[in-house]
Design a protein around this ligand. Structure first.
Ligand SMILES: Cc1ncc(COP(=O)(O)O)c(C=O)c1O
Length: 385
């Protein structure tokens, strides 16, 4: 059977492949420490879980509107008001099946096949795979550790081609966890506006940054940007498959049309329960967990430095460490294979995140209990030494 060129251009998501290999080892009786996937080791806030049970018991599980339940859209709009002092009508908030669902709608909204997306390299792998799946062109912005793995406005000028239509910014970023400071964000957005392009700001790790200090959202300086967010990380709800977008008014109806056809609607149980995520109780729980993740990140960085890794761009948010391998170690893909097979530690090769100098990097997630993180460092020490 032959399949489309587009499907062939979509490469495997290596973190997911690594997880499958680690699961297979576990099924065969081995013990593995999982540092490969971006999944918090905590669950949804307690009041969200309680609410989900109530919703299921009440049997409220039909379709919702494609754009989501009005009460959840309103809760999110109020959250922007309370947290960032930004007034947005709830009409501009659209609920999606995770940040992934938002990307699956924004790419066909903003681009036709053959048009280009400027994407961070290293960056979240699925950006380029989504773009390819829609027949568009991923255009890599080669990011350097010395620039905190964030783009500069000159770079955007240089890489903007005649078919480029949009730029993805991610802050805190995945895999490096670095942030874009506000003045740089303004400059980048200005360059894109000048070119008549669109900015998609992936803010999925917002809230998972030092001392629970929420980063300013790109919305505060770019009302015309497309903001992507999710319940997966800050609220610890990866498997609930729920996220949201805040979009310019003119994009609301076209996005609803796409969402109606592509997804019908996001999970209604998850949506109804997620309203409780914005209660003061749940926010306090999520902030406390972020503080915990920050502590674990610091612990992981120290442990890795101690065994000969380098962390040239220190993460300020998210829950990863993007670490450079010691010189004595083989390239990332071989290293990850050996780490899994020889010492039972699953980590993701840097090459998952792009092609630019990524073969000497690995990404480790710190969202595991502290004892496991310390054990993982000791196991890696054995491999390195
Ligand atoms: C930067 C980034 N964007 C988007 C996603 C997709 O997240 P979800 O679909 O679970 O909301 C992830 C998941 O790890 C991510 O790291």
């Amino acid at each position: 059977m032959s399949f489309s060129n587009r499907s062939r251009s979509v490469l495997p998501f290596k973190a997911m492949q690594m997880m499958a290999a680690a699961n297979a080892l576990e099924e065969a009786g081995r013990r593995v420490i999982h540092l490969e996937v971006g999944q918090p080791d905590f669950s949804a806030p307690e009041c969200v879980r309680r609410k989900a049970l109530e919703v299921v018991q009440a049997g409220r599980m039909g379709y919702s509107n494609a754009e989501g339940l009005p009460e959840l859209r309103e809760a999110i709009a109020s959250f922007y008001q309370q947290r960032f002092g930004i007034e947005i009508p709830s009409r501009r908030v659209l609920i999606t099946a995770g940040a992934s669902g938002a990307l699956a709608l924004l790419i066909p909204l903003l681009t036709d096949p053959g048009e280009g997306w400027l994407l961070p390299d290293p960056g979240y792998p699925s950006y380029r795979h989504f773009v390819s799946a829609y027949g568009c062109e991923p255009q890599a912005l080669r990011l350097r550790a010395e620039n905190e793995f964030q783009p500069s406005s000159c770079q955007i000028e240089q890489h903007w081609k005649s078919n480029t239509r949009a730029l993805v910014l991610a802050s805190p970023s995945n895999p490096a966890g670095t942030q874009i400071d506000e003045s740089l964000a303004r400059d980048l957005i200005e360059v894109v506006r000048h070119r008549g392009g669109h900015v998609v700001a992936d803010e999925i790790y917002q809230g998972v940054n030092p001392d629970g200090q929420p980063l300013p959202t790109t919305l505060s300086h770019a009302n015309d940007a497309f903001i992507v967010n999710s319940f997966s990380k800050y609220f610890g709800m990866t498997g609930w498959r729920l996220g949201w977008m805040v979009v310019p008014e003119s994009a609301v109806d076209p996005l609803i049309r796409l969402a109606q056809n592509l997804f019908i609607c996001p999970s209604v149980v998850a949506q109804a329960a997620a309203v409780a995520a914005f209660s003061p109780e749940a926010i306090a729980e999520a902030d406390a967990r972020s503080t915990e993740l920050n502590r674990k990140r610091a612990l992981m960085i120290n442990g890795l430095l101690d065994i000969g890794f380098d962390v040239p761009a220190r993460p300020e948010g998210a829950f990863y460490v993007f670490a450079r391998l010691p010189e004595s170690m083989p390239n990332a893909e071989v290293f990850c294979q050996r780490a899994l097979e020889e010492v039972g530690v699953a980590v993701t090769p840097g090459t998952d995140f792009g092609e630019y100098r990524t073969e000497r990097y690995v990404r480790l997630s710190c969202a595991q209990p502290e004892t496991l993180l310390l054990e993982a460092i000791e196991r890696l020490r054995v491999l390195v030494e």
